[in-house]
Design a protein around this ligand. Structure first.
Ligand code: SDX
Length: 393
């Protein structure tokens, strides 16, 4: 007995969330979005089409896709007052700090989507969020490099628009590389959703209170920032830079196995996948394609990553712990090859994952049985006791 609380060792918090959006089989390395294998979607679909599928549950007809695409393109601009938010940040603010703040501020601008029970409000919110997150990410990047923001262009596809908003400058035209745009589109497909990961669960937890949807998405961005989650893609590149050369791999791996404080093989391991993360295989193939197309097939970081994977997959320490490459292991190599700086890798993850967060938020708020999330705990503190006056302490 813990005093007034009877501690029941059998007490467990049954927070079994129901969802129809994504299915993962961690042992078999299976990932389905609304029943479709992510491998097929990455090869045959587009990110905009996957956004429609993730939100609506079915692949769109040609007309539905065209209307959805048009709606997204027409929501890409930001309220001009939002630019003033960026004046408050220093140029060296971490991009994820700016993403969290600016997305949270959307709550202050949009009052026409506050009725979470109205399907039209939910649809407008999702279209607006999916459309604006690339514009916000590009603006965040421009802030860090001290260049003027670039407006979206509605005649460009989703990924091409983002690349142009990031890299175009008034002084010269920017030519969009179709290989780069396609690679980004595939990466966004692979990051679109992933069941109840930490950031999605955060969005659902915040959303269950009935809060403004933009505030809920901002909480998801904050959770994604962590190096154990979406921040891992940035940590992988820092790790590869730290190792430097293939000859230093054995010494690094020994530090990992000796559990030297703070040394982990970033981009490896997963709470659910105890087999290959199917996304990692696709991204590795994309890496080869993109590097070759950009004339960077001898990228030393790719060579180093492949060597790390080869060693880890043949090392008992990793095999016993079922540690395989995850979605973050190779993605940073592609981002870097596209000219995206390391500190923008996690914002790229957030761009792809926003549709998943919106789909889960919509699924949860549309469910009339949803109640406020309220996990319980196992109490491990002091038993009940009486207050003692300071003179007696
Ligand atoms: C994402 O949930 C999702 O779906 C997330 C995500 C998504 O799409 O939303 O898939 C995206 O976040 C992918 C994960 C990105 N994170 C990283 O790559 C960071 C490095 N990975 C680890 O920190 C770790 O693998 C986690 C956090 C991903 C998973 O942690 P677990 O399952 O809690 O593993 P654990 O900490 O219980 O480790 C089990 C054992 C431990 O060793 P022992 O105590 O048994 O001796 O494996 C070891 C750990 O030390 N281990 C690692 C390791 N990951 C686990 N050892 C070295 N390097 C690693 N990366």
């Amino acid at each position: 007995k813990l005093g007034i609380f009877t501690y029941d060792p059998g007490f467990t918090s049954t927070c079994s969330t129901k969802s129809a959006i994504t299915y993962i089989d961690g042992d078999e390395g299976v990932l389905l979005y609304r029943g479709y294998p992510v491998e097929q979607l990455a090869e045959k679909s587009s990110f905009i089409e996957v956004c429609y599928l993730t939100l609506h549950g079915e692949l769109p007809s040609a007309t539905q896709l065209a209307e959805f695409d048009q709606s997204i393109r027409r929501h890409t601009m930001l309220n001009e007052s939002l630019r003033k938010f960026f004046d408050g940040f220093n140029y060296d603010a971490h991009p994820m700090a700016m993403m969290t703040g600016v997305v949270g501020s959307l709550s202050a601008f949009y009052h026409d989507t506050t009725n979470n029970k109205d399907p039209k409000h939910r649809e407008i919110f999702a279209h607006r969020m999916i459309a604006k997150i690339p514009t916000i990410a590009a603006a965040v990047y421009k802030k860090t490099v001290g260049q003027p923001f670039v407006y979206p262009k509605n005649d460009l596809d989703y990924s091409s628009n983002l690349l142009r908003m990031m890299f175009a400058v008034p002084a010269e035209e920017y030519e969009i590389n179709p290989v780069a745009a396609k690679a980004l589109d595939v990466l966004f497909i692979l990051h679109a959703d992933h069941e109840q990961n930490a950031s999605t669960s955060t969005v659902r937890m915040a959303g269950s209170t009935g809060t403004n949807p933009y505030a809920a998405i901002s909480s998801g961005i904050a959770a994604l920032w962590g190096p154990s989650h979406g921040g891992a893609n940035e940590a992988v590149l820092e790790m590869l830079n730290e190792i430097g050369d293939v000859k230093h791999v054995p010494a690094f791996m020994q530090k990992v196995k000796d559990k030297v404080e703070g040394v982990r093989l970033m981009g490896f391991g997963h709470r659910v996948y105890k087999n290959f993360d199917p996304r990692a295989k696709i991204i590795r193939e994309q890496c080869h394609k993109v590097l070759k197309a950009l004339g960077k097939e001898n990228d030393p970081k790719m060579e180093l990553a492949l060597k790390l994977e080869e060693i880890a997959l043949n090392d008992d320490y990793f095999k016993q712990r079922k540690l395989y490459p995850n979605v973050d292991f190779y993605s940073g190599i592609i981002y870097e090859a596209l000219g995206i700086p390391v500190n923008m890798f996690t914002p790229m993850f957030a761009v792809g994952r926003t549709v998943g967060w919106c789909a889960h938020w919509n699924e949860m708020t549309a469910d009339s049985t949803t109640r406020i999330a309220r996990p319980r705990q196992v109490y491990t503190g002091a038993a009940v006791r009486d207050y003692t006056p300071v003179a007696q302490r």
